[in-house]
Design a protein around this ligand. Structure first.
Ligand code: C5P
Length: 228
């Protein structure tokens, strides 16, 4: 069984407030740069006051001092889940994990973005001859565990490979969720919610298929039922 997180990537805080009202029982809201830069910490507090848990997804990839300070600020704001980028390195991830320890904030590491193809990823890291993207995600999962992070963000295609690396207790947060026949948009490594949950995802991240639906509540409920 996986929990469903809805990505609120709309620019307007008022649209975001209306969307929360349109989805009764919404448990998790993901706030990224588009909404945060318009709504700020006040909007995060509003979501929390309405009973939603907040996933702040900034994929921090900076020096250890900056990332650990950001982690502390997110924890002070009441954020429940946040991301650092595993390519930021062992020292940064360990500093971030230390900053999160003793807080109610869970920190997970982003591995390879779901919008990457294998070719696009290995070109961007300067290894165009490589093609084992699953092996690369497993490598980054090991680095996240060694640094003390509480889980990994991976595409649906790598869930089974990383599960044994992460062990019980760590989260596998999975974007790239699309129902059969639904528009993938810019996502390249996708699966339907039931398959991702069966493979061992603990959390599914779904944005546009819910927020751009004519009836967001119905799509949200359907995805929750598939993930149960
Ligand atoms: O609209 P869609 O369902 O594609 O939204 C997916 C969300 O998950 C976006 O907010 C995106 O930033 C985020 N995400 C992702 N791939 C990752 C990490 C986060 O798509 N590896």
């Amino acid at each position: 069984m996986a929990e469903v997180i809805v990505a609120f990537d709309m620019p307007s805080p008022d649209d975001a407030r209306r969307m929360v009202e349109r989805i009764p029982g919404l448990k998790w809201v993901k706030v990224g740069p588009i909404l945060y830069l318009n709504g700020g910490p006040q909007l995060v507090r509003e979501f929390k006051n309405r009973g939603a848990r907040v996933f702040l997804d900034f994929k921090w990839h900076d020096i250890p001092n900056t990332v650990s300070g950001a982690v502390r600020a997110a924890a002070d704001l009441g954020v429940d889940l946040a991301t650092v980028h595993t390519l930021g390195g062992a020292e940064m991830m360990a500093a971030a994990a230390k900053a999160a320890s003793g807080c109610d904030l869970r920190l997970v590491g982003v591995s390879v973005l779901t919008s990457h193809t294998s070719q696009g990823y290995f070109d961007s890291v300067g290894r165009p001859e490589s093609s084992d993207l699953t092996g690369e995600v497993v490598r980054l999962a090991r680095a996240a565990v060694a640094a003390g992070l509480g889980g990994l963000v991976a595409s649906p295609l790598e869930i089974q490979a990383v599960r044994p690396v992460l062990g019980a207790g760590r989260w596998i947060v999975v974007p790239g969720i699309r129902r059969a026949g639904s528009d993938p948009g810019d996502q390249h490594r996708t699966a339907d919610p039931a398959s991702a949950a069966r493979a061992g995802a603990t959390h599914l991240v779904v944005g546009r298929p819910v927020t751009q639906a004519a009836d967001p509540a119905a799509v949200y409920q359907e995805i929750c039922a598939s993930a149960a």
